[in-house]
Design a binder for this molecule. Structure first.
Ligand code: GAL
Length: 374
């Protein structure tokens, strides 16, 4: 038997071609904005998502979207992966129901799900933005579900507005005097200087005090001390709220702060680098992309300072066509920015933008790359 001796580099290329043929997409890097097939070959269906790392496996939770509507016809999907590149579908973690009048009645809105693990109770806790079927975006509630296993099934617990009857932490006696003088009926016209001042002083916090604060676009964040926070667009999407969770993560503790009053931020994604908390958000233009915003603070309770967009490269002025959803921090301290490129006319075809976060002069920078390796 005769052997053909090939030069080393030719052998390497042949090996790579053979491996790629065997594993399909497996050897490709992460390609922002492209179709991202799961291990069964279907485009991943987990939009507005977030990632949980548990015992060396990553779990990606996101909104199942269909071809004709963004409303929830199925529920919250789960995928798992060891390498963040190849994702195995794990099915529906929390499904809709056909029970009429139920919070999760098919056709409701279930957006931006995030799951965290509670070390004390050993439960996986899911929060998401809920809108009731047939009521547009009026309910503005968060919803909570819980499971003993990361992939679910999750047991639905409740939905609510945030912190009824409670004022933000920073509202001392002086702020309360200002609040007492505000009356929602005096401010019918939006965006006037007087209206801006009144909203900043808590006009809408006061309007919603009894029933609780509005809660729409959201994320969750667990700090190094195990305390968890729910961050969401409140006050008609004009102001972000950061609400601390109870020790079991199942409720708001009642301590909350406001971030960027009248700043009109959505799509919050929070991460920590060293001792600094960073938040990336979007403006409010529905499914259309806009320029990302960035904030930093020395403590989760602020004070928060705004910075220019961290995005660089083509389409950086519209967040590469996407809207932030999550920042994943890897065990080695690197961070990955995750965003959604929405396709409202064919929601299932929405795409994912995942890009590494670098630091320049101590500030996060997200450089566009059409393909990259972890
Ligand atoms: C976006 C928001 C999405 C969804 C959409 C509905 O601004 O980030 O999660 O709510 O509006 O129009």
């Amino acid at each position: 038997m005769k052997y053909i001796h090939l030069p080393m580099n030719v052998t390497k290329v042949l090996l790579l071609v053979a491996l790629t043929a065997l594993t399909g997409q497996a050897l490709a890097g992460i390609r922002p904005g492209e179709i991202w097939p799961d291990t069964k070959g279907q485009h991943i269906n987990a939009h507005g998502g977030g990632i949980l790392r548990y015992k060396g496996t990553y779990y990606w939770f996101g909104e199942h979207k269909s071809e004709h509507t963004s409303n929830a016809l199925v529920g919250i999907n789960c995928y798992s992966s060891k390498d963040l590149r190849r994702w195995t579908p794990r099915g529906v973690a929390l499904g809709v129901t056909d029970e009429r009048g139920h919070d999760l009645e098919r056709g409701c809105v279930m957006e931006r799900p995030k799951v965290i693990y509670n070390e004390r109770t050993r439960k996986f806790v899911m929060y998401f933005h809920l809108e009731l079927k047939g009521h547009g975006y009026d309910a503005a509630r968060y919803a909570v579900a819980v499971s003993n296993k990361p992939e679910g099934p999750y047991e639905y617990l409740y939905s609510s507005r945030s912190c009824p009857g409670i004022l933000p932490l920073e509202f001392g006696p002086e702020e309360q005097v200002a609040l007492d003088s505000l009356n929602i009926d005096d401010y019918k016209e939006w965006w006037t200087p007087q209206w801006r001042r009144a909203v900043a002083q808590g006009l809408i916090v006061k309007r919603d005090l009894q029933g609780g604060q509005m809660s729409r676009d959201m994320t969750l964040y667990v700090d190094t001390d195990g305390r968890a926070y729910h961050i969401f667009s409140s006050e008609e999407n004009l102001t972000l709220h950061i609400a601390e969770l109870t020790e079991d993560y199942l409720h708001h503790s009642g301590r909350y702060t406001r971030l960027s009053p009248v700043g009109h931020n959505e799509a919050p994604a929070l991460f920590r680098h060293g001792d600094t908390y960073w938040m990336i958000t979007s403006g409010c233009t529905g499914w259309a992309p806009n320029e990302a915003r960035m904030f930093s603070a020395p403590s989760i309770w602020g004070p928060w300072t705004q910075h220019p967009t961290p995005c660089r490269g083509p389409k950086s002025e519209i967040t590469f066509g996407g809207q932030s959803t999550y920042v994943l921090t890897l065990p080695d301290g690197r961070h990955i920015f995750m965003a959604d490129i929405w396709r409202p006319k064919n929601p299932i075809d929405a795409r994912y933008v995942w890009l590494p976060i670098d630091f320049e002069d101590g500030r996060p920078v997200i450089q566009w790359q059409s393909e990259w390796e972890l």
